[in-house]
Design a protein around this ligand. Structure first.
Ligand code: GDP
Ligand code: ZN
Length: 292
């Protein structure tokens, strides 16, 4: 039977199978031997060992479409990053850091600003325009008023989506709205999962409907950029691209160079100063990191 690894805890994998049941499988045998580490999100074949106890064994891992390093998840189609318009106010540097990480890993991102009921229409539209101007799809939502939820459902449908965002923005509220009838962690598996609760939190996959999965990722507030030279960073700000042809110097970093197409676009407000400031901040951070 086919299934997907939805969670890994202390020597066990939990597999959400195509029959809608979750099975506990020991992480052992063939994979360890080949030095191949299964990831949350991997599609697998399992053999059921005990239907009543919901125990099985992974017999094969199906070919991966891709695998992310941060978070460590396989077969991701897109990321959905949620911030709130208010309470808490958006931390743009954190948002841009996340966008850069996903650009680097070539994962498309949809940006969601939730709690739009707490902000004016103009404020929400202004934010949406900034990120749409960078090429991202933006959703404005309110779980309180039930707005934007159909649009989110349509964005998520049929895909595996990493859901990220700081706490308090409405991540669980949105996830719960999407989950519908599927109930997770019932009965036996719930008992088994609780046993492992004390271990460090890893990513876990939440089945929403057939072929639709959300990936819940911990540790969003402590993102840091990795394996990147500061010179690479500009490549992960998609809105810079069309202006780079106008830079006088090849390899222009758009900081101190004269005749820079990006800085000219910035002065015409065609590039958002908020984004550009974050570019400078992240550039500096990468540069300082390299000194150590
Ligand atoms: P999480 O920490 O990101 O999972 O956020 P929660 O879903 O737990 O929501 C945090 C708080 O924000 C809760 O008190 C929710 O009731 C509230 N909340 C969630 N969505 C909205 C919204 O659209 N508008 C308003 N005003 N409050 C919301
Ligand atoms: Zn330039």
């Amino acid at each position: 039977m086919r299934g997907k690894i939805i969670k890994g805890i202390a020597g066990f994998y939990y597999i959400y199978a195509e029959n809608g049941e979750t099975y506990e499988c020991k992480a052992k045998g063939i994979f360890r031997k080949d030095n191949f580490k299964p990831l949350v999100g991997d599609d697998v074949e399992i053999a059921v060992l005990d239907e009543k106890e919901k125990e099985g064994s992974v017999t094969a891992i199906l070919p991966r479409k891709n695998s992310l390093i941060r978070p460590a998840v396989a077969n991701v189609d897109q990321a959905f990053v949620i911030f709130a318009m208010e309470d808490p106010k958006p931390n743009f540097l954190l948002l841009d850091r996340f966008l850069v990480m996903m650009e680097q890993q070539e994962i498309p991102v949809v940006v969601c600003f939730n709690k739009k009921d707490l902000a004016s229409e103009q404020e929400s539209e202004k934010l949406a325009r900034i990120y749409e101007g960078c090429g991202y799809r933006v959703v404005l939502s309110s779980t309180l008023k039930g707005e934007g939820l159909e649009e989110i459902r349509e964005i998520l449908r049929g895909k595996t989506t990493v859901v990220a965002g700081p706490s308090g923005v409405g991540k669980s509220s949105i996830t719960n709205c999407m989950q519908g009838e599927i109930k997770m962690e019932t009965g036996e598996i719930s008992r088994k999962l609780k046993r492992g609760r004390h271990t460090t939190r890893h990513s876990q996959v939440i089945p929403v409907e057939k072929d639709t999965f959300l990936v819940d990722t911990p540790g969003f507030s402590s993102l840091y950029l990795f394996d990147m030279e500061e010179e690479e960073l500009k490549g992960y700000f998609p809105e810079f691209r069309k202006y780079e042809d106008y830079c006088r110097f090849q390899g222009c970093r758009h900081i101190h160079e004269p005749d820079c197409g990006v800085k000219e676009a910035l002065s015409r407000q065609e590039i958002s100063s908020l984004r550009y400031e974050d570019y400078l901040e992240l550039y500096q951070e990468l540069k300082e990191k390299r000194r150590y």
